[in-house]
Every structure is written in C-alpha cells, then in structure tokens.
Design a protein around this ligand. Structure first.
Ligand code: G3H
Ligand code: 13P
Ligand code: ZN
Length: 332
C-alpha cells in the first residue's frame, strides 16, 4: 500500500481505542528497527521527521528511506509526518516532498522558541490547513507549550492547554489532530520524580468533541535501564525520569491517539553503540555497531507498540489515498 494519510490512521485508532506511536527518524537504522517492530506486531505506524532530520538527511534521503520501508512492508499502514513544522514554507516543502501529514506548531513563532498568542496560532494553522487539505494531506496543530528544549525547539516554559480554547481552536482551524500540553516536555530530562500529568484536559476536550484525535508530545519514558547502559559504558547522563507507560496508557484511555517518541530511540541507539564499542574495541565494521543500534530501536519500539495497543491493527482497514482525502476535504 502507498503511504497512508495520518488522518485515517488516527481515525482508526479512535475506533479501536488505541494510541499510535509516532517515532522520529533520521537514518536507515531507526526506520528499519521501527519497521521490524511494526511488521512483527502488525501495527500501523507514523514515521516523523523534524526540520533537524530533514536538514541532516538532505530531505531526499528521508523520503526515499521511508518509501523503501513502504515497499518492504506492503501490509503495514505507514504515514510520513512532518514533526514541529515552524512555518507555512516548511509545511509546503514537506507536502511537495510527498509527506502525507504535517504538523504546524503554531504555539511558537517561526524561531521555534517564542510563544505565540491564540490568534496568531489560529491564523498560521488555518493557513496550513487550507493548503494541505487541497492535497489531501493531514494537519496536526498544537495549543499550549511543552517544557524542555530539544535542539533549540521549545520555549522552555510550560503553558498547559486551555480546553475552552482548544474547542475554539479545532473549530476555527479545521485541524485533523491536536497536540496538547498536559505537563510533558521534550528530551531526556523531564522529571525528577514520578509526574502527575493534567489528564483532565484530555477528557474535557474529548467530552465536547468526541473522537477528535489528540496528540501527546514528549512521550518518551526514559527507561532507567537505557540510562544505566549508557553510563555503564562510559556515558555521563544524570538521573532522570520520563513519562511512565502507565501514564501513557491512561492518556490513551482518555483520548490520546498519537504518542510522540524520539528520545527513547536516541537512548537505545547510544547505549547499544557504547556497549558494542566497549566490548569489541578491535571492531571497525560500522555494520556491527549500527546493527546493534537497529536491534535496540526494534526492542524499544516493539514494547511501545504492544503497550499502546496498536498490535494486530495493521490489517483492520483499506488504506485511503491522498486523492480520496482530497475529495473528502472538498466535500466538507
Ligand atoms: O520534538 C522534537 C523532536 O524530538 C525532534 O528533535 O529537532 O532534534 O530532530 P530534533
Ligand atoms: P520525546 O523527547 O519525549 O521523545 O518527545 C518527542 C516528541 O514529542 C517529538 O515531537
Ligand atoms: Zn514534539
């Protein structure tokens, strides 16, 4: 099947009551490891590329590596999504490249640091929705800001999503999915102790717009065992906590349908390479340690697919094309 529009993957997740993992990808090993997990668990999956990933891979490589995954996994619904688009131009570029979904993060200005106000956010999001839907491409917006800064993305200040504003935002913009700020943050250093997230925000939106796909960014669990491997083999990471899987599962029960994960993949790769290098100092074939990294991504992602409930759902539906989605949006 060709790349699937993200709206369909999330609408199906609404019906099935599960949360789809959206994994950040930058290289072949990440994509391959994630797809091995998706194929074994028969899970739909969202592969997402940030602006950093597009710059790192010179754009075309990300596109064609993902298309390789599509060809290699004909029975798995895969969506290619732009993560944290910062401007109309960035979103347009991703659409031209063949992405089936884009995020316009209008919670921040184009510098990806300065928070916007509600009106500014509505304006840019509406503009992107108007353009993307003409091509059948799905759009994720964001209201509220997360804590944490990942490679310059983020204001560093948490502003939780106001549910009343969220309802208006969804109506004014026509977004297909909405990212909420419920107390998570990007990166490895999220919490010092087990967090309490603002789960009620999810309910109060879900009750008023049932079936609206809601998105949780900053969903890495930062497992202690991954930090321990990194530190055991020469790394220097501080003690930290992420979002426990039981909190993610609770969020899914309440209406989260897209679960964004980048950091846990990074930790898995770094630990695997450090360990391999330490144990095999004479080895110099990159396939040996990149292969270990790929397996580590596979193990981490497989566990998440099982825990978030996507397992077995790959064959539930006939994939829609962007042409189908174009007609759907035109008819609205
Ligand atoms: O939310 C941000 C993601 O973790 C992407 O990070 O810009 O370093 O690729 P990146
Ligand atoms: P983590 O840093 O928790 O993996 O979050 C990733 C994310 O939200 C990407 O948009
Ligand atoms: Zn994010």
């Amino acid at each position: 099947m060709p790349l699937v529009p993200m709206k369909q993957i999330l609408d199906e997740a609404v019906k099935g009551g599960y949360g789809v993992g959206a994994f950040n990808v930058n290289n072949m090993e990440q994509i391959h490891g994630i797809m091995k997990a998706a194929s074994e668990t028969r899970s739909p999956v969202i592969l997402q590329a940030s602006r950093g990933a597009l710059a790192y891979t010179n754009m075309y490589y990300i596109k064609y590596m993902v298309l390789a995954a599509v060809e290699d996994n004909p029975g798995i619904p895969i969506s290619l999504h732009l993560d944290h688009g910062n401007s109309f131009e960035t979103c347009k570029q991703a659409i031209e490249l063949g992405f089936t979904s884009v995020m316009i993060d209008g919670s921040l200005k184009e510098d990806s640091k300065t928070p916007t106000n509600f009106e500014e956010n509505v304006q840019i999001t509406k503009e992107v929705v108007g353009y993307a839907h003409k091509f059948g491409v799905s759009v994720e917006g964001e209201l509220g800001t997360l804590g944490g800064i990942e490679d310059g993305v983020g204001s560093g200040k948490v502003m939780l999503t106001d549910p009343d504003e969220a309802i208006k935002f969804i109506e004014f913009t026509g977004v297909d999915a909405l990212a909420l700020a419920i107390g998570t943050s990007h990166g490895a250093y999220k919490f010092k102790a087990e967090p309490t997230l603002a789960m009620d925000i999810i309910n109060s939106i879900e009750e008023r717009i049932p079936g609206m796909p809601l998105v949780m960014h900053g969903s890495s669990s930062v497992p202690a065992e991954l930090i321990d491997i990194i530190n055991e083999y020469g790394g220097k990471m501080e003690k930290t906590m992420g979002v426990p899987m039981k909190s993610i599962q609770e969020a899914i029960k309440r209406g989260i349908r897209k679960v964004n994960v980048d950091t846990d993949g990074r930790l898995a790769i770094t630990g695997a390479i450090r360990k391999y290098m330490h144990e095999n100092p004479a080895e110099f074939d990159p396939r040996s340690y990149f292969g270990e990294a790929r397996e580590a991504v596979y193990r981490t992602v497989k566990g998440k697919m099982e825990d978030c409930g996507t397992k077995g759902h790959a064959g539930d539906y006939n994939p829609l094309t962007l042409e189908d989605m174009k007609k759907f949006y035109e008819s609205k």
